[in-house]
Design a protein around this ligand. Structure first.
Ligand SMILES: [Zn+2]
Ligand SMILES: [Zn+2]
Ligand SMILES: [Zn+2]
Length: 334
């Protein structure tokens, strides 16, 4: 994420702000353009008063580029659902910004928003099937319980995961969509990915069943970013893709605050254009330092992952795939 200044008084404003905390100017954000005062022509997203969306209206129904990608929202008459939805959308907006800046396609062949997101609550009936977070044919489903910190932490502990966040869910699930979209009509890309991640035609249900029964093979840390990545080549791709987006967004943010070398590009498309090896070196330096700072504060580890040479090579395969997008390098007002 970049740093932003209030267009009226130049005080720092943050990505989620609907107003400047110094001068009170109402703010509207547009990806690629940054913030403008809400008085200057740009219409606010129709969801502004509902969930505090601070983006500019773009399309159908007066929704912004991010809200246009939401196809299902939970029943807002149920207590807590509106808050959960707002929190989920606040985590989705940086993702949509990143995908937009990286030039990854955000529409399908019919120019409809893609991928789309369904945010659903578990049914009241305890015996009914639960809402599973996942991806199928361009639709990403997220159980809104993931917005509840206590519930998400309980799941994380039960699954033995080193971390579990809304940003992590989003970055992982969009990977499945983009693996389909970016290899469609490009057999060469599919072959290249198969060489790195293995044969994705192996039975997915069987592979997952085996993973949950037996766990990850010993020594997996050398070649995989996470235990779950060992389950199937699709999950290896998605887990690794999520980390490429973590590193790109993390480095863009760190660069804006002067925490990484100044010869690194300032924006996401610039960062995505340089070799993963260089990005990984900067990220490892930064994350070792931030891990220590977090420890000093008594917090959990900032980045509890190890980027081995094999993992970095996998990330490079994904970085070069992402770099095939049509980057939008319109500077956001900083
Ligand atoms: Zn201001
Ligand atoms: Zn919106
Ligand atoms: Zn997955």
């Amino acid at each position: 994420m970049r740093r932003f200044a209030c267009p009226s008084c130049q005080s720092e404003v943050f990505f989620a702000n609907t107003a400047c905390l110094s001068c009170g100017t109402q703010l509207i954000y547009a990806p690629g353009e940054g913030f403008s005062p809400s008085t200057e022509g740009a219409l606010a997203c129709a969801n502004r008063d509902v969930i505090g969306c601070n983006w500019a209206a773009e399309g159908e129904g007066g929704l912004c580029l991010s809200c246009l990608h939401t196809s299902v929202v939970p029943d807002l008459s149920v207590e807590g659902h509106a808050e959960a939805w707002a929190k989920i959308e606040a985590a989705k907006r940086p993702l949509i910004r990143a995908l937009h800046h990286l030039g990854l396609p955000l529409t399908d062949a019919d120019q409809r928003p893609a991928p789309v997101f369904e945010f659903k609550a578990d049914p009241q009936d305890e015996a009914a099937p639960r809402v599973l977070t996942g991806h199928a044919n361009g639709t990403i489903t997220l159980n809104i319980a993931e917005a509840d910190d206590a519930s998400r932490e309980a799941t994380r502990a039960a699954m033995g995961e080193p971390y579990r966040t809304l940003a992590g869910h989003f970055r992982h699930e969009v990977a499945h969509h983009y693996e389909d979209v970016l290899t469609d009509g490009h057999p060469d890309r599919l072959t290249a990915l198969r060489q790195v991640f293995g044969d994705e035609t192996q039975d997915y249900a069987e592979a997952l069943q085996r993973h949950y029964a037996e766990g990850a093979p010993a020594g997996w840390e050398q070649s995989f970013i996470s235990s779950y990545a060992t389950a199937h080549p699709w999950e290896d791709f998605a887990e690794t893709w999520a980390h490429v987006l973590h590193v790109l967004d993390g480095l863009e943010t760190a660069r804006a605050f002067g925490l990484v070398p100044a010869d690194l590009p300032r924006d996401l498309p610039g960062l995505a254009a340089i070799p993963m090896q260089r990005l990984a070196e900067a990220w490892i330096d930064l994350s070792v330092a931030l891990n220590a700072v977090n420890q000093a504060m008594g917090h959990e580890t900032f980045y509890p992952f190890v980027l081995t040479p094999t993992v970095i090579a996998k990330m490079e395969a994904i970085r070069s795939l992402i770099a095939t997008g049509q980057p939008r390098i319109l500077p956001e007002v900083a």
